[in-house]
Design a protein around this ligand. Sequence first.
Ligand code: TXA
Ligand code: MG
Length: 313
Amino acid sequence: MATITHDIDHAAARLKAGELVALPTETVYGLAADARNPAAVAKVFALKGRPASNPLIVHVTGREQVDAWAVSVPEAAERLMAAFWPGPLTLVLPAHADVLPAVTAGQASVALRAPAHPQAQALLSAFGGALVAPSANRYMSISPTCAAHVAQQFAGDELLIVEGGPCAVGLESTIVSLLDAQPRLLRAGTLEPVAIEQVLGQPLLRGGAGEVRVPGQHHKHYAPGTPAFAVTELPVCAKQDARCGWLLVKPRSDLAGPVQCLGDEPIAYARGLYAALYALDNAGLERIYVELPPRGEAWTAIHDRLSRATQPA
Ligand code: TXA
Ligand code: MG
């Protein structure tokens, strides 16, 4: 059974003993393990049901730990770390030869992030090393943004979950690769590309990860179990059907089934998105209809996750 705790020292002791601990971050909850312990890292892949070809993000307290993982740190990385760490930004850098191949999926690069959540920082400090932490969900299901949803994902497993409240950001971190002369956006997050470009003083390449594998970009990632459909107009025939649930931008009162309304403000929408999907997915529905939110740079990561969670109606 999964257990929720506030005891950081106990959680750190479990990590040192090679066990897994779910930790809160400002983006989503992560399934953490000692990044230097091959047996502990193997447990992460086994518990998630994650393919070995999908590399893990190494979580550190900050810049001071980076040289232990990256063999070189370009000036662009220094600037991004100074501007956005701790925070929802992951950097892909050339890996040290001693980084476990299970962590990098055998690639020559390593993904690094310093989370801002106080409990994540406290746990990293108490542990005294770095932690791999993929999102704390089973492979291909919805990332958890509160301890209860982690507990739901791993209900039948012995897993300690550090309570950290609801995640403030709510979507997985922005991932930027600094392996080549031009920085490249590998995964959209809530940190907007223009903010990154301003700090870099150069454009961010987008799309096409080249030689780098980002298998979390699988088109069916982040999907609820209930069939979910993206719509611009709500289908009339479903409105009076109580077996249909709705994820809406604007509230309305003409629907028979359960409604989750996230509003038209992208920060609040991102913060609430996964909890709303869990609520609808847990409601025993036949279908979920997702009303597509506005377009625009601030909505890019939201549309990315929605396109993976839904199919066209
Ligand atoms: O916000 C987040 O990043 C959360 C929290 C827990 O920190 N973690 C997270 O981890 O989203 P995960 O494993 O669900 O997604 C990590 C993504 C995957 O798509 C993986 O392929 C990519 O990072 N990744 C990891 N190492 C990489 C590397 N060396 N090069 C390119 N992509 C990498
Ligand atoms: Mg994930």
